[in-house]
Ligand binder design. Sequence first.
Ligand code: ATP
Ligand code: MG
Length: 400
Amino acid sequence: MQYHAFVIKYAEIGIKGKNRYLFEEALVKQMERVLEKCEGKFSIFRVSGRIYLNAAGFDFDETVAALQTVFGITGICPAVCIERDGDNKLPDINGLSQEVIKFIDGVYPDKNKTFKIKCRRVDKTYPLDSMEAAAEIGAQVLDAYPEMKVDVRNPDILISVEIREKVNIFSEIIPGPGGMPIGTSGKAMLLLSGGIDSPVAGYMIAKRGVEIEAVYFNAPPYTSERAKQKVVDLAKVIAKYTGKVRLHVINFTDIQMYIYKECPHDELTIIMRRYMMRIADMIAAQNKCIGLITGESIGQVASQTMESLMATNEVVQDMPVYRPVIAFDKQDIVDISLKIGAYETSILPYEDCCTIFVAKHPVTKPRLEVIRAHEKRLVEKIDELVQTALDTDEIIELEV
Ligand code: ATP
Ligand code: MG
């Protein structure tokens, strides 16, 4: 069966009035963005609470895969859409039944199946109501294909017939990613490292419609060009779902060396992480972001005890820190990482600037007043070093 149309389903609950309009606008824009990269001619129509995609000369699998990266879409239904005739009339019930019979033949060559017709009459001028139309179409299908049987509880094939501005016939609903379209919330700054957790955290927040900008702290020559490339590749994975991602690469070497020189080594990780948060907060504010995102998860490593989280959280002045994987087990994070296509890249070996100078026994329960006191030892040069790091911010724009 060669389809030429898709009915795009999205969660309609809770988006009424103006919000609904904005939601649909953003969804269409995101669909256009991904379809631009697919072969074929596409046109998107928004008609009274439905989004339709007409397609010609396209590759089915490529198109569906692209649509599956658009947040907001809950279902992609390959459909046969029957337009109104010149008199603005839809086919009568016999005509409609014939279309459904043709549809079944096209999609299901093997008729030894149970089925159910689910009708939804939105156009109330149509002479039969939903129940009557379903019963009539079902009867005509049985006439045409005596080997088929009706099963209203658990049918092999559920055929939806929507009587609206046009008639839509579909049976398959390919799941979309769900969530909210990008552009319906604000923008947040993701602290993106080369690990498994932060790309997943970025994906999860983006899925709520949030635009993503990212920051990576590297420490050349202690961290390699390859480690940086890995982060670039992970930012690209996120860009596949969000569109363009701006990645800030911050040279953290001098700050790290200075902390190493002045502060107790067992507090190095925690103090470094505090400076990362401070700098991320500043870059975020300068770039109109209204939230930070990290891949922190309680208890996963020594630097993520609740005490450590309190210490890294304390220094953020301007905005909330979103930690979507905070209560996830590692395996749950890995599952999402696999699903979104980040895992292969995340598990490549690399040097992390957090592990280069790491102490054998880092503090796991930092006391804030102690950390604050030790940070005072940095007073002479730290502002200047932070300023230099900000001034030498390398911005890489990534798009897939
Ligand atoms: P990930 O798998 O995301 O690297 P992790 O379990 O290794 O996380 P940590 O190294 O303790 O955890 O880092 C916690 C969070 O801090 C990361 O999820 C990330 O958001 C941020 N982070 C750590 N290192 C960097 C870095 N070099 N650049 C940017 N952000 C970082
Ligand atoms: Mg890490």
